[in-house]
Design a protein around this ligand. Structure first.
Ligand code: NAP
Length: 671
């Protein structure tokens, strides 16, 4: 008998007197006792706020990203421990792959994105510097800082590992400690993953806690710096959203709920088209993977009127092959629902659907043990989808889908939108005009629109897969939340603050040199200084170099760039931007490098790019040029080297800016 424990204020707490007995969805025999007695939630919150929060905030964003990445690697090493428990939830190995490896990959990807897209510092920079004064002494910038509270993460039963990791990763990356509350039904698997996380020793004390069972008075104790991130049914979300304590305190609340996701077969997708075949294949998978217990699963299949029979035939043929069986058996293609109660719920909703749609396929249920939570796929056809209500509103959280015939694409979009807001809608079409119109008609109702066609079929991740790079959530019925989506998902756990002040103050706050802040000369040429020695704001001002007509002509002949603005005085003068012949922008860049480079081998390893190049004023023959090169930002890449971004400002003899850009170099950590 499994006995998953809570982990609160530094202690493991086993099942209590009111623990729930969990039966196997395969045999019906008891497999676990889960549910600790509600503990001292005040102590748990204090443990997170006083220990976990400060420890996480003391780390930089990239340090936390390295920690989360290491955690993902540790979980990968130990994943078989999780696979061993996976069939107990009714899931096959393939189903478990989505949950276990899907969760770990999501965690690792979020960490990589944080390192690539967030600064190697203490705050996140949200957008550029805003100039708020004429002379540039008073500026503004939005930055994001970690919330000072706790992330309470309440998860659904169907993804016990992914559900925890896809939320824990962004909270940790943001610098906010989490209290995870999995659904009791599958809490033993979440508990196993959580125990690995603690065993890894990678997290600071207080960064993560686990509640198996009821949350006691936790929600009453939350404040304005806390976040509740909920995944589950619309009914529970509705109750929690209206929680008085959280409303009064202004606690952030994010919800991912169930939704009636629609897949649309485009009118151009004939029965012999690759899109038709892909539609049928994906629909069958959506109904059978996780036995249909995916929040993103296709519930409504919107099909052109003339192709309804063909879809029924093709889909039924595929579904007939998916007979539910023992999920521990590697040959089994479809597992069981999570519990008999869940199976009974699905049957009840299917019966309501049957009042306005007719069943056109039912999988073979003969010999399936009643003690197990097995349910074969069921397909319905609703002849009058405009008049229907239940098919657009009631979620059968299992292997059930309904076909809705559509007259045209406008009708198809209107039907898709009848779900009242969903996590994902897909469109199977090879026609870009249909795709564009569908996104305009339906995009506002669906968190994600997945457009499937032959060009992407080989690599597409499918209708049902939330990806860490893309937002996961949806409007209205789907909860109005937005998780993941790379840095967007991390920002849920951070506060955006508009900071105003002088360039020097903004440089100090953001950890990135802001033009206008004092330039200071370092003790040596910056190219002679190692990554760790270079200070933000260190500048060299180069000698001046004159640009001659011979230089321009030589460059034109050498590169082949004989554009008239450089070569033909009359034509150049007739151009509204130029006073006459001017130097090539690329010539200026090359001269700039010639001015600031220190040529001997040293810590600078490579020039890796250039950002935000702007040519601000033309340079005429006879003008001269000098460069202010300032260390703007540093990002540690590996143990051995880091990226230094330099602000390069090219100025003429009158000290006017002629070009500006950000130069990226890789610099060795030690000289
Ligand atoms: P649920 O019954 O709404 O439960 C969700 C979570 O809320 C569970 O952890 C549950 O804990 C907890 N909970 C219930 N009442 C609570 C309360 N008063 N205070 C604090 N926590 C409370 O949903 P479920 O049956 O687990 O999951 C199935 C549903 O989730 C489906 O409708 C599915 O569509 C949806 N879902 C949505 C997404 C998404 O990303 N949008 C993902 C997966 C699933 P206990 O288990 O202890 O009751």
């Amino acid at each position: 008998m499994l006995e998953p424990e809570s982990y609160l204020h530094g202690r493991w707490i086993g099942p209590g007197a009111a623990a729930q007995v969990i039966d196997s969805p395969v045999t019906g025999a008891p497999i676990a006792r889960a549910g600790s007695d509600p503990s001292d939630m005040g102590a748990a919150l204090a443990w997170a706020r006083d220990r976990g929060g400060p420890a996480l905030r003391a780390m930089g964003i990239h340090d936390r990203a390295r920690m989360v990445k290491a955690l993902a690697a540790y979980l990968t090493e130990h994943k078989e421990q999780l696979y061993a428990l996976n069939p107990l939830t009714g899931a096959t190995r393939k189903d478990g792959w989505i949950d276990i490896e899907g969760g770990i990959v999501t965690m690792a990807t979020m960490a990589s994105k944080a390192r690539r897209e967030m600064p190697d510092g203490m705050v996140h920079l949200d957008g550029g510097v805003e100039r708020l004064s004429r002379d540039g002494t008073f500026l503004g910038r939005h930055v994001a800082v970690p919330l000072r509270g706790v992330a309470v993460q309440i998860n659904a039963f169907n993804f016990p590992v992914w559900g925890m990791l896809e939320k824990l990763a962004p909270a940790l990356l943001a610098g906010v400690p989490a209290i995870v509350k999995p659904a009791t039904q599958t809490s033993y698997l979440t508990h196993a993953a959580f125990r690995l996380i603690l065993d890894s020793g990678l997290l600071p004390e207080g960064a993560a806690q686990l509640i198996v069972g009821p949350v006691g008075d936790l929600l009453d104790r939350l404040g304005p710096q806390d976040v509740v991130s909920f995944t589950g049914s619309a009914a529970t979300a509705g109750r929690l959203r209206a929680h008085k304590g959280m409303l009064d305190a202004g606690t952030r609340f994010i919800a991912e709920q169930d939704s009636l996701n629609a897949a649309v077969l485009g009118p151009d997708s004939d029965t012999d088209s690759p899109e038709f075949a892909q539609f049928v294949k994906e629909a069958a998978a959506e109904m059978t993977v996780k036995a249909g217990q995916k929040c993103t699963a296709m519930r409504r299949l919107i099909v052109p009127e003339g192709r309804v029979e063909a879809v029924i035939d093709a889909l039924s043929a595929r579904l007939a092959r998916a007979r539910p069986g023992d999920p521990a058996d590697r040959e089994t293609r479809m597992g069981a629902l999570v519990s008999r109660a869940q199976r009974d719920d699905v049957r009840a909703v299917a019966a309501r659907i049957a009042a306005e749609a007719r069943q056109v396929f039912a999988g073979d249920a003969a010999d399936l043990p009643e003690a197990g939570a097995f349910l074969p796929p069921q397909l319905y056809l609703c002849d009058d989808p405009d008049a229907a209500r239940v098919v657009h509103e009631a979620e059968a959280f299992g292997p059930v889908a309904t076909i809705l015939p559509a007259r045209d694409m406008a009708h198809a979009a209107a039907l898709a939108n009848r779900g009242g807001g969903s996590l994902v809608s897909s469109l199977f079409t090879h026609d870009p005009d249909i795709a564009r119109d569908y996104v305009m008609e339906a995009g506002a109702w669906h968190g994600r629109v997945y457009i499937a066609d032959r060009d992407s079929a080989g690599e597409a991740t499918g209708h049902g897969s939330p990806l860490p790079h893309m937002i996961h959530g949806g409007p209205g019925r789907a909860g109005g939340g937005e998780e993941l989506g790379g840095v967007r998902g991390i920002l849920h756990y951070m506060a955006r603050v508009a900071v105003q002040g002088s360039p020097r103050m903004l440089t100090a706050v953001g950890g990135e040199w802001v033009p206008g802040a004092k330039e200071r000369q370092g003790p040596a040429h910056p190219f002679r200084r190692a990554f760790d020695q270079i200070g933000i704001g260190e500048t060299i001002v180069t000698d001046a170099r004159q640009v001659t007509l011979e230089d321009i002509e030589h460059f034109a002949a050498f590169t082949g760039d004989t554009f008239y603005a450089h070569m033909d005085e009359a034509a150049a003068a007739a151009n509204p931007f130029f006073p006459g012949r001017v130097a090539h922008g690329y010539l200026l860049l090359s001269f700039a490098a010639g001015l600031f480079v220190d040529p001997a081998p040293g810590p600078v390893l490579a020039n890796t790019g250039l950002n935000a190049l702007r040519f601000l004023k033309p340079v005429s023959p006879g003008d001269s040029l000098r460069v202010h090169l300032t260390a703007k930002r540093k990002t540690r890449r590996t143990e051995d080297y880091g990226e230094v971004a330099w602000h390069a400002a090219l100025r003429n003899q009158d000290d006017e800016a002629v070009a500006e850009y950000e130069l990226l170099t890789m610099v060795a950590v030690s000289g």
